[in-house]
Write a protein that binds this ligand. Structure first.
Ligand code: PAN
Ligand code: ZN
Length: 195
């Protein structure tokens, strides 16, 4: 008996620019959408006086958010820094904490930062061909440490949902900053103290 009438489908993913077609959910995140998340608030204000740049984009093909379904999408993080901190995603826990995710690097260079609720932290270097496995319960954020777009493909349970609140409030334990051209992890001086 067929209980699920959803039809099979295919999408085209551009391996050059990450665009997914068709795409029914295109998200653009600007600096003003995550201004409080960068450590150097003077640099944020300085940048916002001139411009409100798009920092990253997500192309996703939404399907019903029910158990058993999978969401697929690409993320394109543009290169750059806010102060000495590299451009990054907001980062989140899945609202449904016991859901995992897979990231596949397609273009560019970066680091996948992961943090468990107890504070355990990992940073995984990412490049074309890297497969990152994000286990259930781990918060995750991608950082573009290169000078071109960082593009990666993701697959995760459609009922996972996103909890941005905890990361917006506490941040990650470490920041990824440019120290003389070398991506370097430093302790986050504001960890646990965001507004
Ligand atoms: C990814 C992320 C995407 C953007 O699809 O949602 O890279 O990052 P933020 O959602 O943290 O802004 C994913 O992890 N989905 O679950
Ligand atoms: Zn996720």
């Amino acid at each position: 008996v067929i209980v699920n009438h959803m039809q099979p489908f295919s999408l085209k993913l551009s391996l050059h620019n990450g665009v997914l077609a068709p795409c029914n959910n295109h998200i653009r995140r600007r600096l003003s959408d995550m201004a409080s998340m960068y450590a150097d608030q003077e640099a944020v204000q300085e940048l916002l006086q001139h411009d409100d740049p798009v920092l990253y984009e997500v192309y996703q093909y939404d399907v019903p958010e029910e158990p058993g379904q999978l969401l697929v999408g690409t993320s394109v993080i543009h290169p750059g820094k806010v102060g000495s901190e590299y451009v990054m995603t907001k980062g989140h826990y899945h609202a449904q904490r016991d859901t995992a995710e897979v990231y596949l690097g397609l273009l560019g260079r970066g680091h996948l930062m992961l943090q468990a609720p107890e504070g355990d932290f990992r940073s995984i270097p990412f490049e074309r061909g890297t497969v990152g496995y994000i286990p259930p319960y781990w918060a995750h954020r991608m950082v573009n440490t290169g000078n071109e777009d960082l593009i990666f493909y993701v697959v995760y349970p459609a009922n996972a949902g996103h909890d941005y609140e905890a990361i917006a409030r506490r941040g990650f334990r470490f920041l990824l900053v440019d120290r003389g051209g070398v991506p370097t992890l430093i302790a986050n001086p504001r960890y646990g103290q965001h507004v």
